[in-house]
Design a protein around this ligand. Sequence first.
Ligand SMILES: [Zn+2]
Length: 623
Amino acid sequence: MKRQFTFLTLFVLALSQFSFAQRKGYWQQKVDYKMSVDVDEKTYRYDGNMTLKYTNNSGQSLSKVYFHLYFNAFQPGSMMDYRLAHLPDPSRNMMTNIGTKEKPKLVSRISLLKPEQIGYQKIKSLKYNGVTADFKVDGTILEVALPTPIAAGQEASFDLVWEAQVPEQIRRSGRNSADGVEFSMTQWYPKMAHFDEFGWHLDEYVAREFIAPFGNFDVTIRMQKDYIIGASGILQNPKAVKGYDQTAKVPSTDNKATWHFKAENIHDFAWAADKNFVIDSAKTKGGITIYTIFIPSSKKNKENWTQALGLATEFFDFCADRFGPYPWPNYTIVQGGDGGMEYGTITLVTGNRNIQSLVGVIFHEAAHSWYQHLFGINETVDEWFDEGFTSYVQDLGMHYLFHKRGSVETNPVIDAYRGYYKLALSGKEEPMSLLADYYNTNYAYTNQAYNKGSVLAEQLGYIIGKENLQKTFLKFYDVWKFKHPTPNDFKRVAEEVSGINLKWYFNLFVNTTRKIDYAITNVTDSGITVENKSDFAMPLDILVEYTDGSKELFYIPLREMRGEKPAESYKLYEGVKRTVLEDAFWTNPTYTIPLGKTAAKIWIDPTQRLADVESSDNYYERK
Ligand SMILES: [Zn+2]
């Protein structure tokens, strides 16, 4: 019973180490934005000004700061434009055919934008602590040389006056989306770049994924009074604008009204506006108000949005149980953008979809409220942690609400596994540690970030045990909400919860393209031989059904786990004897399980959570 003893010891150690799950000396910068904009709907331009309070908690003085000017990406010759021209598989909706049907010639839509259609954010003045400061702009990054550094622990103020032109709808933000939404206002303000223990994150807007410090937003938007606006945070003056309050009296000057929104502790503020929007809302059991704001383009469309709202409230309750309570008072799902994109307490999604697709995209973006927003993951670096875990939450929710209503029995993310297998065998896979924008194909990016990332989470449950994975998610919430965790922080929580060492798993699955491939290679009355045919060793669950009809589950831990998972509560293991065997180790590719009876059927991991890329040899049946 040596093994038992080892496990208990580790468990006790794990409990005593809980306080270590937080990185020692962890710090994060803070931003507080006060912004007001005045929109000219005819030219799609607006004037903006902001006062930004920036708190430097880094422990070092800063002589430069940087802002993102994302709209500048939507100009011919931008890095985003060039990227589209040279990717083998650019997003179709960002391209257009200037050839013929027979001889197509696809070019980036950005390359064709005229001066009055491009996006830009032009800084008219910039003051640092009240003094005019020098700055320069390269592409989508604004660099400010500070006349005096911001000392460690100090707060600095930045006053920016800028004018912007909202680009034609191409990606995420823009005017006149394919759904007919007039203003999709995302990445719309000069945004303080992220600085953390890894340094400045000065990613050009090439394709995707963001990171920013947390803070409070106070935003006023002045535009024509006939619009309805959905935005991050809480509307402060519902009686003074259209759409939110039946008794509203909309005061106006020059036919304009002013919307005032406040949002606390988020890291990106977005909004959308259209004259044809309608607003619906419902409350979750946990008391969160969910708004849907959309254009009811048909009866069917309206029904879909009504149904989606009900399901969204259930989804938020599901997520609260499984991943920790949603901490903001409301969430707004607004039609806009070019697909689906997550922001603080709001998402913009395209809305002319069938119900399955609409609910899928809403669940995905809402799940980002945890894995992106509440846990401010650096998506530019750890895209799989962000998109993969979000897809995992989404699929668990879909599975819970649609398939079993409560019992997640078999692998709920099996589709993600299938996508990953296809990629793994395609020759296009790259290590998941690659920065988000640098993948050679969108195909590899999408399958790795979304599918392989989701597989990583479910397979982690296979290694540490299903119940331990659930505990890990809730413990991670306690330690890392409103902070910027890395994948290693998640790994550390999982290690502490389970008492299992996971260094090898995260390294091989994230930093390499090695694949898992086990096989049952020999079966006799005295034993089963399994072989690791690849270079990625894993612990094994092997279910045996004997010729007398009885079953036995063999569990073979891996030596570098330095621990073992407890029995798991799967229905297919109910009443099955579980036998824990000696460790396997990766330097020996074969392992023989001793048998006392004749095996009729053998399965390597019947729960299908082991991501074995070639599983046809994982099953044996006696002939
Ligand atoms: Zn996503």
